[in-house]
Design a protein around this ligand. Structure first.
Ligand SMILES: *Cc1c(COP(=O)(O)O)cnc(C)c1O
Length: 462
């Protein structure tokens, strides 16, 4: 199994290189050259496997033999020991034929732990094998930063510098990063916006005088390992249903299109999915694409579901690649056009193909609040604002309502107090493992939005 760029103009690389890779040299994203396909009988035969046993089945073909079976099993086990539900990703019935897949039982209470625990452990495995070290530098508006820090805090081969906009993350999100007491974790609160943080990180990677010889690695949503790890829970969700239905729909709160793309890979692997519902908030670039063939850049609108507040969806290019039968030239042409005009549309036959499995929905803040309220009243369940967009999309789109619909519950509601207050539902408390986070000492440096100051600090600590 090799990995190639979605723009078709970079050398193929192997799995071990994919672990540390960001964008391919031609600006594309890495995709596996083959996606294994399983008969339904084989998939049904996996019923009863534990989460980690199933993860081994799903992930192994993508690793191209880089790890022995025993090593891969050990990496997987280690990645999911910090989860506080024995099922790792439990399925909860919400109503007739409607389910929630709870993906918030990991250390930072959001689904990003599924991928970043795995990435952290694979990275540590690779660095140990090669006797190497890396420096991770990232920018975060909240959730990704804490999940990335949790994923590599235990590795003595990784140092991680995480930039967040000072006073612009929620206090709980900041504390999830700054109360981590590990010597390899450095938090920088930049006096600026999230975009300033991102721009500064980009500049660091692009300045040879800084980046040279440092083994820098980015953490972002385009790393293939993250997609790969997320495929597993689509299979696991289906296999928890009793009896196994003919097919299922998934509704996925979506921002950068990573999570739902993992669902699309599961579908290509043979999982009987009849619909993938792209749930967006008011930042609806993806909804406009599926509804009107209009993928055009807007400005970010802050919402109650901040992890879905995006301008463009970085993993969308992977779908374009697959819809164009792995034709990198066609994708490169589309993406070049998008770079110039901030607009993209596809051939009508390609759109038809996309619509044969995807549908989409945009849920604004008012409907998010209404949905949280309704789910509490009708199902006695309190959901986070991202999950609410998923529920609203499941109810608001046309799909086969006689087969089960599974909504991905992407974060724990306790992280989003503002939404609970607005919806006037009882406030859910933080789970046991985060109790006391308000009293723990925080470690972070506030710094001006100045390249020299920040890089000097990083150099000093390397
Ligand atoms: C990151 C995130 C999303 C969006 O996932 P993508 O893979 O970027 O589409 C949705 N909900 C929550 C809680 C998240 O943290």
């Amino acid at each position: 199994m090799k990995y190639v760029s979605t723009r078709g103009n970079s050398p193929a690389i192997t799995f071990d290189a994919v672990i540390t890779s960001g964008l391919a040299p031609d600006g594309g994203l890495y995709m596996p050259t083959e996606i294994p396909k399983y008969p339904l009988a084989t998939i049904k035969g996996w019923k009863g496997l534990s989460y980690t046993e199933l993860a081994f089945q799903i992930i192994k073909p993508f690793t191209g033999g880089y790890l022995s079976d025993a090593d891969l099993k050990a990496v997987i086990e280690k990645s999911y020991t910090g989860f506080d539900d024995p099922k790792i990703a439990p399925l909860k019935k919400l109503g007739k034929d409607e389910y929630l897949l709870e993906l918030f039982h990991g250390p930072t209470l959001a689904f990003k732990d599924f991928a970043l625990q795995m990435l952290g452990n694979l990275l540590d495995y690779k660095l140990t094998r090669e006797n190497e070290h890396v420096t991770i530098i990232g920018a975060t508006s909240g959730d990704t930063g804490s999940a990335a820090i949790e994923g590599c805090r235990k590795s003595d081969r990784v140092k991680i510098f995480m930039l967040h906009p000072n006073n612009r993350t929620s206090p709980i999100q900041r504390r999830q990063m700054t109360t981590i007491d590990s010597p390899n974790v450095y938090n920088i609160a930049l006096e600026g916006t999230f975009d300033d943080c991102q721009d500064m990180v980009k500049e660091m990677f692009n300045k040879p005088a800084f980046a040279g010889g440092k083994h820098l690695m980015a953490v972002n949503s385009i790393n293939w390992i993250r997609i790969m790890a997320q495929i597993v829970y689509y299979f696991y969700a289906y296999l928890q249903l009793e009896p196994l239905p003919k097919s299922v729909a998934f509704s996925v709160p979506t921002g950068n299109f990573g999570d739902i793309f993992a669902g699309y890979v599961a579908y290509k692997m043979g999982l009987p999915i009849n619909r993938l519902i792209v749930a967006t908030n008011a930042n609806d670039i993806l909804h406009r694409f599926f509804a009107k063939n209009d993928y055009s850049k807007g400005t970010v609108k802050p919402s109650l579901s901040p992890s879905m507040d995006i301008q463009v969806s970085s993993n969308f290019e992977r779908l374009l690649y697959d819809l164009h039968s792995s034709n990198g030239k066609a994708v490169a042409k589309l993406m070049d056009g998008f770079k110039k005009t901030n607009k993209l549309s596809v051939d009508p036959t390609v759109l038809t193909l996309a619509r044969s499995i995807f549908t989409s929905y945009s849920c604004d803040d008012a409907q998010t609040v209404k949905t949280i309220k309704a789910v509490h009243t009708e199902c006695n369940e309190i959901i986070c604002p991202h999950t609410a967009a998923g529920v609203a999309a499941a109810n608001g789109t046309a799909h086969d309502k006689n087969s089960p619909t599974i909504v991905l519950a992407t974060a724990h509601p306790a992280k989003f107090i503002e939404s609970m207050l607005k919806a006037d539902v009882p406030i859910v408390k933080l789970p046991e493992k985060l109790k006391g986070i308000e009293d723990k000492p925080e470690r972070f440096e506030v710094m001006p939005n100045d390249f020299y100051t920040v890089t000097e600090y990083i150099n000093k600590n390397l």
